[in-house]
Design a protein around this ligand. Sequence first.
Ligand code: AMP
Ligand code: ZN
Length: 143
Amino acid sequence: MTECIFCEIVAGRAPASFVYTADLTVAFMDIRPITPGHTLVVPRRHAVTMREVDAASWTAVWDVVKRLQAALYETPGVRCEGINLFVADTPVAGQEVPHFHVHLLPRFRGDEFGLRFPPGYGTIAERAALDQQAQNIQAVLRS
Ligand code: AMP
Ligand code: ZN
């Protein structure tokens, strides 16, 4: 056994309810669904954070996300009036399983799921501060 449950699932050594399998990626049902139809898309190759995911796996994962989101809207028994995509990148962002994955979370009116915003959220930021942040990020992108 490796220490990574998603590597165990990918290798077929731990159980999962697969909805999709391919060379670079798999998708299976979340074991603790927030809403019915809650699905995870996972690259086969172990990578903990987004930074560590290779380009081919990244493309494959998001291609599957695109196909799956369309399927969820049509799936009998899945009440899908909307979808949230969610990635928890590192524990501070809520990552519990240290193998990159994308959540597809079907949403419907009254599902009682929600995101909690910090106190003070809603204040329009100073344009100068936004411009400065944009420039700082641009500089990193160019480097
Ligand atoms: P997070 O790392 O916080 O983005 O979320 C990890 C997700 O993986 C949670 O929603 C868990 O319910 C789910 N999970 C953990 N173990 C398994 C498993 N063996 N099979 C399917 N889903 C799992
Ligand atoms: Zn892994």
